[in-house]
Design a protein around this ligand. Structure first.
Ligand code: FAD
Length: 399
């Protein structure tokens, strides 16, 4: 036993030649179509429609979704590679793709066959968009504490509540929405939540204010208001009153994507810093010859590769269906996102004044990196998960 894992085989990373062929094809799109428009996206706070259309035609929205539901297949590892490559240029496009997964994953994990065909297939084909509305003003970390309510009425559920920070909400054709269908049980605070699919034109569903967050320009989140929104019973995802499990296990899967966003950000800023240090001359020397700069670059590279390995490892465990992927996903998410933040900060420092000039295109990655430490479970929540999973795996104890 390799504490707390069962065997050294649990540390396998299952990359193949196909992954590399895929990575190269994504990079071609990234270099030719995304790199040239980063300033436009920063300035307009919008990803051009034609770019989204092309990404859909290339099948990006279907990566990681089974072929039988219109996707490209490929699992978590392929999704991580796509996300990493896209994030190297425009991390907010990876968010746009990611929020569609945040809709599709709970339906794929817990939904009925009919729900998968009706809702996941058009999303996988890039013909419709999804969003995931869980966070409320009362606090995103405390999923059991949500206050939106759904009451049963003549074979329908009527939802009332308010959601905040919902990415992709304005463009979504379908949203997964969590709401309380019963009060919590004394011994189980999480019990009593149910997850629903809500279609965009349902009366009472309103997309409210757009939040203006510091980064991820091109994909800013929205407020979502639900006022007497009637949803048919067949739109319930997973067991009634056990929606907490639906939501939490969705994030176990999707947070590997956040780690991959962070790896792409760290990769981009490391490359920029290295290139700049090679070109810039001061005191009759190239910057890269100064010991303090060498140390920074070595540490940036060390952390970047460690973050990448953790991310690929978590994705490999998830693709193999091993339960240990949950702890690996939290390790990868917390480490990779903090790495991205740190590497981006060092890259700014290496660029000096040009590093804080928005036109250089380095500081934007720091703004994006900070957001990755917050969504889909803050890094404090990841640390909680890490220790809880560790104790559970190693000693079979619940804390
Ligand atoms: C750009 C962006 C996009 C988002 N997109 C979506 C989306 O599409 N769908 C969606 O549902 N949500 C989305 N979110 C919401 C996001 O998931 C939440 O912001 C996040 O879960 C944190 O919740 P909160 O902001 O309410 O902070 P809180 O939960 O109030 O936390 C505040 C602080 O307390 C810490 N904390 C909380 N609990 C503990 C604890 N037990 N121990 C130690 N520290 C703790 C947190 O780590 C944090 O530092 C998005 C957020 C952002 C910023």
């Amino acid at each position: 036993m390799v504490f707390p894992f069962m065997s050294v085989e649990d540390f396998k990373i299952n990359l193949s030649e196909e992954h590399e062929i895929f990575r190269k094809s994504v990079r071609e799109f990234v270099e030719s179509k995304l790199m040239p428009i980063w300033q436009e996206v920063e300035q307009t706070n919008k990803i051009p429609e034609e770019v989204l259309k092309e990404a859909a035609e290339l099948g990006f929205f279907g990566v990681g979704i089974p072929e039988e539901y219109g996707g490209q297949g490929g699992g978590q590892l392929l999704t991580a590679i796509l996300t990493e490559e896209v994030s190297r240029a425009i991390p907010s496009l990876a968010v746009t793709i990611g929020v569609n997964h945040l809709f599709a994953v709970p339906v794929l994990l817990y939904g009925t066959e009919e729900q998968k065909r009706k809702y996941v297939t058009p999303i996988a084909r890039g013909e419709a968009r999804g969003a995931h509305a869980n966070t409320e003003p009362s606090g995103g970390s405390d999923v059991a504490g949500i206050q939106s309510k759904a009451r049963k009425e003549n074979g329908h559920y009527v939802i009332n509540g308010r959601k905040v920070f919902i990415s992709g909400a304005a463009d979504a054709d379908y949203l997964v929405v969590s709401a309380r269908t019963s009060p919590p049980r004394e011994d189980k605070r999480w019990w009593g939540i149910t997850v629903f699919i809500v279609e965009k034109d349902t009366p009472g569903l309103k997309i409210g204010q757009q939040f203006r967050v510091m980064g991820m320009r091109g994909e800013q989140p929205y407020e979502v208001v639900l006022e007497d929104v009637r949803v048919p019973e067949e739109n319930i995802v997973g067991p009634i009153n056990e929606g907490f499990k639906v939501i939490v296990s969705t994030y176990d899967h999707t947070r590997i994507g956040i780690a991959a966003q962070a790896v792409g950000i760290a990769q981009a800023t490391f490359e920029k810093a290295l290139n700049y240090a090679l070109q810039r001359e001061l005191f009759g020397q190239r910057l890269i010859e100064f010991e303090m700069i060498i140390e920074k670059l070595a540490d940036m590279y060390m952390k970047l590769e460690a973050a990448r390995l953790l991310t690929y490892w978590a994705a490999s465990l998830a693709d193999e269906g091993k339960r240990e992927f949950i702890v690996a996903a939290s390790l990868a998410k917390a480490f990779a996102t903090e790495t991205a933040e740190w590497v981006a900060r060092q890259a700014i420092q290496i660029h000096g004044g040009y590093g804080v000039d928005v036109e250089t295109g380095v500081e934007r990655y720091l703004r994006d990196a900070i957001i990755t430490t917050i969504y889909e479970g803050t890094n404090e929540i990841q640390r909680l998960t890490i220790v809880r999973q560790l104790v559970r795996q190693a000693f079979g104890l619940k804390i």
